[in-house]
Design a protein. Structure first.
Ligand code: 1PR
Length: 523
């Protein structure tokens, strides 16, 4: 029986699912006594350091947690649950941590994208029961903007490189804590968790690859989901966002089965887009939540869900805010939520007022769940202009001339699945959303969607250069060479595709096989 410390801020469902998948049973600690009586405690922290400590204090968890940590019983801290063990964090100055390990939590000081998000290796510095059955060259899933600095080198279990070397796990006796997420790290992560659950495994120290560890470029499978005309929830796929063929919604398969198949084929993440979320309120669209719950029981890589994250008043006059919708998605197993149409409204309001309101969905959700959990999905369309000063937008010089030979274009943001254009460009939207606390950009392109013509390199390069958060290139993948092109011609951290995978024209393993000796990927 594993006791799981939940202070109510995030996706603990993924950890529960992974432990249950391995045959363990989980009791969620609701009272201080549950911590005191625990035999084996897992602490999957999420969100911001300060609000985590406040919530731990408010729940009366701090004293029993400290007592537990002194008791010699097994403990696994994950991500913020590792940072909590240190003295303090730059993220929340003046708020003490649990102080079990001496050291501070620092923000990444790098010119690379922050958060450090994706699959990276670990360099094992000492033997641990956690590593039984691992080869040593596996990649694990990280998502964090802060990392610990540990004063005592003997307690450093692993390090990882992201521009520079940082401590990615610590160990003291039966206490271990990892910055990476074993519950989201596929087979390698499950093995690590299995070792933790099987207390008493002998310590091992697998050999590690030479040289610095490297963050992999991510390959993401995207499932656009909606109800078809028979009211079954199906995976569909549009051509330039038109998902109907001969009048009917294309049906390319079942969401849970396809997600599981892509996980087994090596997808680094799965994204679900509830594409009619702008008109069907998600909390009344229970099948989508059921899909998410079912998928998160069977898929152990990060899950993102988008569609319908906005304030809403239901038919009974009850008001639901975007934070409540996101909370329901997180409770159902999402690791990240993605906001589309509402992000455009939010950015327009920001630009009109010249300041943040503090209560937008982006700000609220990132405050509670952390910026790494907030993705902005942009649906832009290319608009040609004859001269750069014709519009008050971010205009690019293009190598693909327009119908009248135009040499310039801008990318107009749209809402409601491309149905409505707005007077804001994709570069500005990305910048504003980053400013408001978004942690990642999912950059679609209506002109390329479903075409197999390749990613829109000009768009992706312009947005990537404008922000410091990771960018996912999306729309237009038609071959493995298109993935190589987007990774070599832009700084994008991830590439997403739908149609080629759904139609089985190319498997994820084939894409990765092609990329393997050219860019860093997870095998
Ligand atoms: O506006 O917050 O409710 O979110 C709705 C979400 O649904 C947005 O993220 C929006 O991108 C998405 N969406 C809405 N309508 C459609 C549609 O297709 N009619 N899908 C839609 C967007 C784009 C990608 C697609 C890539 C790769 N689909 O998700 O998977 O273009 O496709 P490809 O590899 O086949 O080219 P809100």
């Amino acid at each position: 029986m594993i006791t799981l410390l939940d202070y109510g801020a995030g996706n603990v469902r993924s950890v529960i699912n992974a432990i249950e998948h391995l045959g363990g049973s989980v009791r969620v600690a609701e009272r201080a006594e549950d911590i005191a009586s625990a035999e084996n405690l897992v602490f999957p922290g999420v969100g911001a350091f300060g609000s985590m400590m406040e919530r731990l204090h408010a729940a009366g968890f701090v004293a029993p947690l400290k007592a537990y940590l002194q008791s010699g019983r097994p403990f696994l801290g994950i991500c913020l649950g590792m940072q909590a063990l240190f003295n303090a964090s730059d993220e929340s100055p003046g708020i003490p941590g649990l102080g079990l390990f001496n050291g501070t939590v620092r923000r990444f000081a790098t010119g690379l994208a922050v958060p450090h998000m994706g699959w990276n290796n670990i360099r094992i510095r000492q033997a641990s029961p956690l590593f039984a059955g691992l080869r040593g060259d596996e990649k694990f899933y990280f998502v964090h903007s802060y990392h610990v600095t540990a004063d005592n080198p003997e307690e450093i279990l692993t390090t990882t490189d992201y521009d520079y070397s940082f401590v990615s796990a610590v160990q003291r006796g039966a206490i271990v804590a990892t910055q990476y997420h074993p519950e989201k790290s596929g087979a390698a992560g499950l093995q690590l968790l299995r070792n933790f659950l099987a207390a008493g495994t002998a310590p091992v120290c697998p050999p590690c690859p030479e040289g610095p560890t490297r963050l992999a470029k991510r390959i993401i499978a995207c499932l656009d989901v909606r109800a078809n005309d028979q009211n079954d929830l199906v995976v569909t796929k549009g051509d330039r966002y038109d998902v109907r063929e001969a009048g009917a919604v294309r049906n390319l398969g079942q969401p849970v089965a396809l997600a599981r198949a892509y996980y087994e084929d090596g997808a680094d993440e799965i994204t679900f887009l509830n594409i009619t979320g702008f008109r069907d309120f998600p909390l009344e669209d229970m099948p989508m939540l059921a899909v998410l719950k079912e998928t998160s029981r069977r898929v152990f890589v990060p899950l993102t869900i988008g569609g319908g994250i906005r304030d809403y008043t239901d038919v009974h006059g009850r008001h639901h805010d975007a934070l409540a919708v996101a909370a329901e998605y997180f409770r159902s197993g999402a690791d990240k939520i993605s906001i589309g149409s509402d992000a455009v409204d939010i950015a327009e309001t920001y630009l009109q007022r010249g300041r943040a309101t503090g209560d937008s969905a982006i700000e609220q959700i990132s405050r509670v769940y952390g910026s790494q959990a907030v993705v902005i999905s942009i649906d832009p369309r290319r608009v040609y202009v004859a001269t750069p000063d014709e519009v008050p937008h971010h205009v690019l010089q293009t190598a693909i001339p327009g119908p009248r030979g135009e040499r310039y274009c801008w990318y107009q943001c749209t809402v409601k699945g491309g149905r409505e254009g707005r007077p804001i460009d994709a570069v500005t939207l990305a910048r504003v959303c980053q400013q408001l606390g978004a942690g990642e950009i999912l950059l679609n392109c209506i002109d390329r969607d479903g075409t197999r013509d390749g990613f829109d390199i000009e768009l992706i390069d312009a947005v990537k250069k404008a922000v410091r958060i990771p960018v996912i290139a999306s729309s237009g993948a038609g071959s493995a060479a298109h993935f190589l092109e987007v990774f070599t011609r832009t700084g994008t951290e991830a590439a997403l595709a739908a149609g080629i995978f759904h139609r089985r024209e190319l498997s994820i393993q084939e894409v990765k096989g092609f990329l393997a000796d050219k860019v860093e990927i997870r095998r």
